[in-house]
Design a binder for this molecule. Structure first.
Ligand code: ATP
Ligand code: MG
Length: 232
C-alpha cells in the first residue's frame, strides 16, 4: 500500500526580529511526513523544536520555504482557513496540559466541538467516549485540580483527539510526568498511531523518543541526523 504524504516542508527558514537584528532560528529545514508516521524530535534547549512544531501546527508561518499540508500550500491560506485546518486536522498536546481549571474533564474535552458547532448532547457524548478511550470514564465530572498529572495529560489527549485529527503534535508530553504516567501516555500514543493517527512528538528523553518509529535531531535550527527509533 502506498503511504499518503501528509506534510511536506521544504527549505523552511524561520527568523525572528527585524533588520538589523534578525535572529535566524530554523535554517533550511526539510521534512516529509507520511500518513501513519510517528516521529520524535530531539535537540538541545533553544535549538528550534517548538518553533518548528508551531510552524507544522500552523500556529506560526515560516519566513522562507514551502509547506504543503495534504498537498495544499499553507502560505495561500488565510488565518480563518488555518484555524479551520487546525480545528479539524490537528490535535495539540502540551507539557503543561493547558486545561481550563474551572471546567470539568468532560467540558475541557468537548471544547473543540463547541468551535466546530456541535450540539451539547453530542458534545457530551463524544467527550465521554474520548475520556473512556484514555481510561478516564470514571473522571468525567472531575476538574483538573482533582486529577493527577498523568490523568490531566490523558484529558488533554482526549481533547486533542476529539475531532479525529489526522495528526497529533505533542511538545514534551511527558515532561511534567513521573515515569509511570509517562509510560501510560506512550501506550496511548502507540494505540492512536496504530489506529492511523500520525504523531510528531518533541522530547528531551531518549527513552520516550525510542517509542517513535523515527527520531530527528535538531541542532541550532538544522535537522542534522535521521535514525530509527528502537521500539517497533
Ligand atoms: N517569539 C520569538 N521571538 C524571538 N525569538 C524567539 C521567539 N520564539 C523563540 N525564539 C528563539 O528561537 C530559539 C528557539 O526557540 P524554541 O522555543 O523553538 O526552542 P526549543 O528547541 O523548543 O527549546 P526548549 O527545549 O527549551 O523548549 C530560541 O533562541 C528562542 O529565543
Ligand atoms: Mg520548546
Amino acid at each position: 500500500m502506498v503511504k499518503q504524504m501528509l506534510l511536506n516542508l521544504q527549505n523552511i527558514d524561520k527568523n525572528y526580529g527585524k533588520e538589523p537584528l534578525i535572529v535566524p532560528v530554523l535554517k533550511d529545514v526539510s521534512l516529509e511526513v507520511a500518513q501513519g508516521d510517528y516521529i520524535a524530535i530531539m535537540g538541545p534547549s533553544g535549538s528550534g523544536k517548538t518553533t518548528l512544531m508551531n510552524i507544522i501546527g500552523c500556529l506560526d508561518r515560516a519566513s522562507e520555504g514551502t509547506y504543503l499540508f495534504e498537498e495544499e500550500d499553507i502560505s495561500e491560506m488565510n488565518d480563518d482557513a488555518l484555524s479551520d485546518l487546525r480545528l479539524n486536522k490537528i490535535g495539540f498536546v502540551f507539557q503543561n496540559f493547558n486545561l481550563l481549571n474551572s471546567q470539568t474533564a468532560q467540558e475541557n474535552v468537548a471544547l473543540p466541538l463547541i468551535y466546530a458547532g456541535v450540539d451539547k448532547e453530542t458534545r457530551n457524548h463524544r467527550a465521554n467516549v474520548a475520556l473512556s478511550k484514555v481510561g478516564l470514564a470514571d473522571r468525567t465530572t472531575f476538574k483538573p485540580n482533582q486529577l493527577s498529572g498523568g490523568q490531566k495529560q490523558r484529558v488533554a489527549i482526549a481533547r486533542a483527539i476529539i475531532n479525529n485529527p489526522k495528526i497529533l503534535l505533542a511538545d514534551e508530553p511527558t515532561g511534567a510526568l513521573d515515569q509511570a504516567s509517562g509510560k501510560q501516555v506512550m501506550e496511548l500514543f502507540k494505540t492512536l498511531n496504530g489506529e492511523g493517527v500520525t504523531i510528531i512528538m518533541i522530547t528531551h528523553d531518549a527513552n520516550v523518543a525510542s517509542h517513535a518509529k523515527k527520531i530527528l535531531h535538531i541542532i541550532d535550527g538544522e535537522i542534522i541526523e535521521n535514525k530509527q527509533g528502537g521500539v517497533a
